[in-house]
Design a protein around this ligand. Structure first.
Ligand SMILES: [Zn+2]
Ligand SMILES: [Zn+2]
Ligand SMILES: [Zn+2]
Length: 127
């Protein structure tokens, strides 16, 4: 039944075959587990959408190895900017944060812009 599922699990590194066409069992399921929206969220630290623990990611390079990540995590798992500002975690999520009481914590963890979150960052891995 699901004998081709194993093909979707990545060994951890190396080439990603997303563009090379799927084998004949594509009708089974997409390579990512379907979330609420059907899309993988961008990681707030490395901005990657590949399958990894984005809740605890502590990468020091961006997903595409294009440079050092901007933010880091502190001991409590909070996202901290180079200015030592703790960012709002909800803001970085696909659903966003509706609070207006802490605008200073609403900036993109990837590039520091206030207009978007990590999900909409131009540096984030494209879907
Ligand atoms: Zn990450
Ligand atoms: Zn917020
Ligand atoms: Zn950004």
């Amino acid at each position: 039944m699901n004998d081709c599922r194993g093909r979707w699990s990545e060994p951890g590194s190396g080439s990603r075959g997303r563009d090379s066409g799927y084998p004949s069992c594509t009708r089974v399921s997409p390579p990512f587990p379907a979330g609420a929206s059907g899309k993988a969220s961008a990681c707030t630290i490395c901005l990657g959408r590949h399958r990894h623990s984005i809740a605890t990611c502590a990468a020091d390079r961006f997903w595409d190895n294009s440079g050092r990540t901007r933010c880091t995590r502190n001991g409590s798992g909070q996202i901290v900017t180079p200015e030592n500002q703790i960012l709002c975690i909800d803001w970085q999520r696909p659903n966003g944060c509706r609070s207006t009481s802490h605008d200073v914590r609403h900036e993109c963890s990837g590039c520091g812009k206030k207009m978007h979150s990590a999900q909409a960052c131009p540096r984030a891995e494209k879907l």
